[in-house]
Design a protein around this ligand. Sequence first.
Ligand code: ATP
Length: 579
Amino acid sequence: MKAFFLLRFFKSRKFSYAAGFAFMFAASFIQTLFPKVLGSSVDLMKERGFALHPVLMNVLWMVLIAFAVFVFTFLWRNMIIANGRNLECYIREELFRHLLTLSPAFYGKRKTGDLIAHAINDISAVRMTFGPATAMSFNGIVICISSIYFMFAAVDARLALLTLAPLPFIIALMLYIGRKIQSRFRIVQDQFGLVSDKVQENISGIRVIKAYAQERSEIEKFGALSSGMAQSNVNLIKVSAALPPLIEFGFAVCFVINLFYGSRMVMRGDISVGDFVAFNGYLSLIVSPIVSIGRVVTIFQRGMASLGRLYDIMSVQPDVTDSPHALRLRPEGEIELRHLTFYHDGARVPALSDVSLRLSKGRTLGIIGPTGAGKSTLAALLLRLYNTEPGQILLDGRDIGDYSLTYLRESYAFVPQDTFVFASSVKDNIVFFKDTYGDEEVEAASRLSLIADSISRFPDGYDTLLGDRGVNLSGGQKQRMAIARALIRNPAVLILDDALSAVDTVTEGRILESLRRARKGKTNIIISHRISALMEADEIIVLDKGFIRERGTHEKLLKKGGMYYDLYTAQQEDGQPQA
Ligand SMILES: Nc1ncnc2c1ncn2[C@@H]1O[C@H](COP(=O)(O)OP(=O)(O)OP(=O)(O)O)[C@@H](O)[C@H]1O
């Protein structure tokens, strides 16, 4: 189960974790020897005409202690903190790998912003928990136990009891305020989420906002969210500002008790001055670990919440997977649909109903129909982005589920309605980061899709950067580049899903003409709203509300005088060129 992915990491690093904790233990324990040596030096120097040699020996011990603490701290930090960073990298890669196995149905239900938040905030919170917070707790526990032990055993138990009496109250108060801080912090985080969502939404939708002159109202909405966030931060400060002075006050009480009783014990000769100095040293040593308890608890709580959310995502099983004996075969392009009916997740009406058809290798199928008819769903099912009932989709006579997903999808090239341009060079976008294609193949595919001329006008030709930091392509250029990306693979099946909608009909005709030449003998599926794009197909189906209403060649369908004919005449009246 994927949820145990963290154990794998800890197991693989068990030796460095064990060594790290051993060094941490050594560093923390050795640190607590310092006050005792300091106290004994004070006792030595108190004598009139004290011998220099034992004092110098003590100084040497102190230097040795400081050096050992430095070396061991350096070593454990390099192991435990570095492992925290490696853990962060490991989770990031595992999450990314897992996200890529999940099907579109999963992405349909999740907000992109949430997924990015998981990838950044949650992973970082888990690192903080298993790195610095674990180290702080272990270090703090060793220092506190050993300091308190020395206070009781090596100095005086009564003095230790009295001085440490306020400690439980300090800890209880800290945890109480810590919980309040935590709940107010959660509100700040939620507000931050709203503010960043708003910024993201506005930047993505800037064109629509400007086109509808919505700037003022968006600024007002943003202002309200931003003030809400400021107010919740102020509420947080009200409690968080009280914590440090309260802790300082608590420890000041400890020091006063120690000064009061400790000095009296020195005067009575119950303890030496050196013991008193050592006791103060121990008290000072435990201040910092105790002050950090609140912080550590908060980091642990946040880390556990983040880990829970990551586990939730990692436990989502991909619904489309290879069967145990998946065929490592590439289908050659013989497609058959048998009474294909498909419901999208949660939908009450099917996107496709009882669709049957046969498309032999080397033939071209045209699919037309009103919006929401099920055309893109059909393409998605052929790519097996969703599962279908066995026996409903056959490729080369075998069920689609029998093929290995990689082999299956490698035999297709799919050009979707809205294609994606990666922030990289034109060439990278066409070869899709595969270095197996040479420049001539890239140029040939670009010529076929009629994008070569546009590319030659770009500042660096095929090396021109696209996307955020480079050239922005027009809608038609994007579509033609996506067709080049598809053609270079020379796939068994080419699916164009309304992939020529942004080019004018003359260019569309020329692209289709070159496709016909380049795709001879291969299977093609052309989905389009325009009859001009698919009129040459060997068979055309008219989809409507998931049903095949009509089928046949262009001429046959025109003669029939049904939906296809109506679409044709409507498009003629709209001024589209005569088919
Ligand atoms: N991921 C989804 N979850 C739920 N319903 C969906 C999903 N994708 C599509 N649908 C629904 O399935 C039906 C068919 O949609 P589809 O995208 O296949 O239509 P289309 O013919 O390609 O439309 P268009 O021409 O507008 O692209 C529609 O009613 C749509 O709302």
